[in-house]
Design a protein around this ligand. Structure first.
Ligand SMILES: Nc1ncnc2c1ncn2[C@@H]1O[C@H](COP(=O)(O)OP(=O)(O)OP(=O)(O)O)[C@@H](O)[C@H]1O
Ligand SMILES: [Mg+2]
Length: 342
C-alpha cells in the first residue's frame, strides 16, 4: 500500500485487511519515517514499512521474505490448519487427495436405503480396492452400519473426536474395523454421544481419510445438520437416493433446493432405489421432470435378500453376488469409477 501524506485512508484500510484477511501481509510504502507513523502502522497490522525511493527488485525480495516468514509461522504446531502450497510433503498429499474420492450417500427421507446402499457400495468397491475403501457412519444418532457389518465397536467416531493432538493416519487406523476389505468407522452407540462430533472434526477426518484411501463412502442421517452439510460440501460425489412415491419426491425436492445454492448439484447424481418395485402412477420420467435432474442409476427391489443380509450382518454383495440387486451395486460402482478416471 502506498501511503501518501495527505491520504489518511491507507492505515484504516490496512487495519481492515488485517482484521478480515489475517493471512494477507501488508507492506506500507512511505516517503517518510517517523516514530508516530511507525507506531500507527504497527497498530494497523502493517508488517513492513519501506521508504521511497525503492527499486522494484527490493520490493520483490521483501515480498518474498515476508511470504517465507509467514510460511514458517504456519508450520509451527497449532498453525497446521492452513495449507502451505510449496511444501513438497503437502504436494504429495494433494496428489493423493486428488486421486481419492469421497462419496456421500444422502436422501432426506427415512428408510430410503442410504445405509444399505452405502455399505454394499463400499463392499462392491473393495472387490477391486481391498483395504483401500473406507465407510464412515455419519448417521451419528441412529447409525446402523455396525449392525449391518456385524461390528461391535469399542471405539467410534465419538471417541475419535475426544483425541487430543493431531489426527494422523496411524491414530485413525485404531478406529477402523475391517469387513470384506472395507475399513469401517462406526457411529456412537448412544445418540447423546453424537454431540461430540462437530463439522471441524469431520473436516479433519476427511482430510486424513483422503490420504489413506482410494474411496471414502459416507452414510448420512435423514436430516441436514452441520456435520452432514460438511460431508456434502467436502464430497466429490453425492448420491441422492429417491424412490417413486410422492412423499419421497416432495422431500427430495426440498433437499435439492438446499443443495442448489450451495453449488452442489453438479456433483450430485440421482439414484433410484427399488427401481423395479411397482409404482402407482409415478413414472421415472415424471420424477426427472419434477426434480429437474436425470436418474443416473437404478437399484432393483429385493426385500428378501436385503433384509436377510442385514439380519446376518453381512452385505448382500458378499452373501449373494449373483443377485440382480448385488450386480446393480457393482454396476453403480463402475459408473463411479468411470467418473473418477474421466
Ligand atoms: N433396493 C431395495 N430393495 C428392497 N429393500 C430395500 C432396498 N433398499 C433398502 N431396502 C430396505 O429398506 C430398509 C431401510 O433401508 P436403510 O436402513 O438402508 O435406509 P436408510 O435410508 O439408511 O434409513 P434411515 O433413514 O433410517 O437411516 C431396510 O430394511 C432395507 O433392507
Ligand atoms: Mg440409515
Amino acid at each position: 500500500m502506498d501511503l501518501r501524506l495527505e491520504d489518511s485512508e491507507a492505515l484504516p484500510v490496512a487495519a481492515d485487511i488485517n482484521a478480515r484477511y489475517p493471512w494477507i501481509q501488508v507492506i506500507l510504502l512511505s516517503e517518510q519515517e517517523d516514530y508516530t507513523l511507525l507506531k500507527r502502522a504497527m497498530q494497523a497490522g502493517v508488517r513492513e514499512l519501506m521508504l521511497k525511493p525503492w527499486r522494484a527488485s527490493e520490493l520483490i525480495s521483501r515480498v518474498k521474505e515476508l511470504a517465507e516468514l509467514y510460511r514458517r509461522t504456519l508450520k509451527k504446531p497449532g498453525n497446521a490448519g492452513i495449507l502451505n502450497q510449496d511444501s513438497p510433503s503437502i504436494n504429495k498429499q494433494q496428489q493423493a487427495a486428488k486421486a481419492s474420492r469421497v462419496i456421500t450417500i444422502f436422501g432426506n427421507k427415512g428408510g430410503i436405503g442410504k445405509s444399505v446402499i452405502a455399505a454394499n457400495l463400499a463392499v462392491a468397491a473393495a472387490t477391486r480396492y481391498k483395504n483401500q475403501v473406507a465407510l464412515l457412519d455419519l448417521d451419528l444418532q441412529f447409525g446402523d452400519i455396525s449392525l449391518m457389518m456385524n461390528i461391535n465397536p469399542r471405539k467410534t467416531i465419538a471417541e475419535l473426536m475426544l483425541e487430543s493432538g493431531e489426527l494422523t493416519a496411524d491414530l485413525l487406523e485404531e478406529y477402523f474395523y475391517e469387513r470384506s476389505g472395507v475399513k469401517v468407522l462406526s457411529a456412537p452407540p448412544k445418540p447423546e454421544l453424537a454431540e461430540l462430533v462437530n463439522p471441524y472434526g469431520v473436516e479433519a477426518l476427511l482430510k486424513v481419510c483422503r490420504q489413506m484411501f482410494t474411496y471414502v463412502f459416507i452414510d448420512t442421517p435423514t436430516f441436514l445438520d452441520e456435520t452432514t452439510l460438511t460431508a456434502l460440501e467436502r464430497s466429490d460425489l453425492i448420491l441422492l437416493l429417491i424412490s417413486l412415491d410422492i412423499p419421497t419426491i416432495k422431500n427430495i425436492k426440498k433437499g435439492i433446493d438446499i443443495l442448489e445454492p450451495m453449488n452442489l448439484l453438479p456433483r450430485t447424481r440421482l439414484i433410484l432405489n427399488r427401481s423395479s418395485a411397482l409404482s402407482v402412477g409415478l413414472e421415472a420420467k415424471d420424477v426427472e421432470q419434477v426434480l429437474g435432474m436425470k436418474i443416473a442409476a437404478g437399484i432393483p427391489n429385493d426385500f428378501k435378500i436385503s433384509v436377510s443380509a442385514i439380519n446376518r450382518g453381512i452385505s448382500f454383495v458378499d452373501m449373494n453376488p449373483k443377485a440382480a440387486i448385488s450386480k446393480s451395486m457393482l454396476e453403480l460402482f463402475q459408473l463411479i469409477e468411470k467418473e473418477r478416471n474421466d
